[in-house]
Design a protein around this ligand. Structure first.
Ligand SMILES: *Cc1c(COP(=O)(O)O)cnc(C)c1O
Length: 354
């Protein structure tokens, strides 16, 4: 049954261990981010067994899958006002940037006799979620501290996701500075100062993350061993945890030049081709619905990717040493967005023997 995504649990465990050691040396606790694999319970369990006692996802639907796992659960996208009931049921904590939403959480949590933890987000330049007015953030923190059914857990920042602004010690010092101003006003220490995502690892390895930062929310670095800010892979990690298997449905010798009048593609661009003669082409039964070509790599490096449409993946197999036949399986190493899409595609079978 193809396409099918395979997960190498051993390689994943190794990545978790490597990251845990690196973070622990610097007194940073990891919150394991599960959104890349749609909060798949079996994979999340590997994270928990590996010693991560905090998990996070950007979707409540995914957090629902994690219900039986013994770890704290965070929603790492500010909640919608229309999903507060589920938030309180499935998440212990959430990242927030709107007082109105927090007031709603406090009200609904009171009805359930629960206390939900709040991490307030500061926007330090990426222009995604969080307060840009840090005085306002501090005033909101004081208000949250006074509410009964929410607990001010700490503050956090996220960078390198929208504007691709890099982490720096100055930016994280700013975050610590905001935290300390809050602490002075509320007369206690904040439990969490969450300094970012996998793109902060490079700064951490240079020992430039300020001491008071005690948490990172990590997805990419754990799953792919990748340090995104420098686009490099970390020592002692594996990048090939997720492999997508696709079946060949056509093999034929075809010209490299299409014939007829060329129009524009779905994005309005005119495709270009060069004539390198007749080539041996293969088509695999999967497409853009199931994975992302740009963040994928073929295990057989002698195959050239020609492109994909919604349901067809087109390859040039002329230069491969392997003699592929109809029905053979092509292995695709999945990166970040490709894994994400494979897990959200209902057409991709999920390996469930973990
Ligand atoms: C996705 C996300 C993360 C994890 O990012 P990685 O680059 O996968 O480590 C952390 N925090 C927030 C708010 C996110 O949305």
């Amino acid at each position: 049954m193809y396409p099918k995504v395979k997960i190498d649990a051993k390689k994943l465990k190794n990545n978790i261990n490597t990251l845990k050691t690196l973070c622990k040396e610097r007194n940073i606790e990891i919150t394991g981010v599960t959104k890349v694999f749609s909060g798949d319970n079996n994979i999340a369990k590997i994270l928990v067994d590996g010693g991560l006692n905090k998990l996070a996802d950007s979707r409540i639907e995914n957090l629902k899958n994690l219900k039986d796992l013994k770890s704290e659960k965070w929603l790492i996208r500010p909640p919608m006002k229309t999903e507060i009931d589920e938030l309180i049921e499935y998440a212990d904590a959430s990242l927030n940037s709107e007082l109105e939403t927090i007031e709603e959480i406090d009200k609904k949590a009171r009805k359930e006799d629960k206390v939900h933890k709040i991490i307030l987000m500061a926007d330090l330049g990426d222009i995604r979620e969080g307060y840009v007015d840090y005085e306002e953030l501090i005033e909101v923190a004081i208000k949250v501290e006074e509410m009964k059914n929410v607990h001010l857990y700490g503050i956090g920042v996220n960078l390198t996701c929208f504007s691709f602004i890099q982490y720096s010690s100055e930016k994280l010092e700013k975050l610590v500075n905001i935290a300390e101003k809050i602490e002075k006003r509320i007369n206690r220490k904040l439990e969490i100062i969450s300094g970012g995502n996998s793109a902060a690892i490079d700064l951490m390895l240079r020992n430039e993350i300020p001491n008071r930062i005690n948490n990172l929310r990590l997805g990419e670095s754990i799953l792919f061993g990748k340090e995104r800010s420098k686009y490099k892979y970390l020592e002692n990690t594996n990048k090939d945890v997720f492999i997508l298997e696709a079946e060949i449905i056509e093999i034929k010798n075809k010209p490299s030049m299409p014939w007829g009048e060329i129009g524009v593609d779905s994005y309005g661009n005119k495709p270009e081709f060069s004539d390198i003669g007749i080539r041996k082409k293969a088509i695999c039964a999967l497409g853009k619905q199931d994975f992302d070509v740009e963040t994928s790599r073929l295990i057989d490096e002698d195959i050239k990717i020609l492109g994909a449409s919604s349901d067809h993946f087109i390859l040039d197999i002329t230069d491969s040493n392997k003699k592929y036949e109809l029905g053979d399986i092509i292995e695709i190493e999945l990166g970040y967005f490709s894994t994400m899409r494979a897990f959200t595609s209902k057409y991709v079978k999920k390996h469930n023997q973990l």
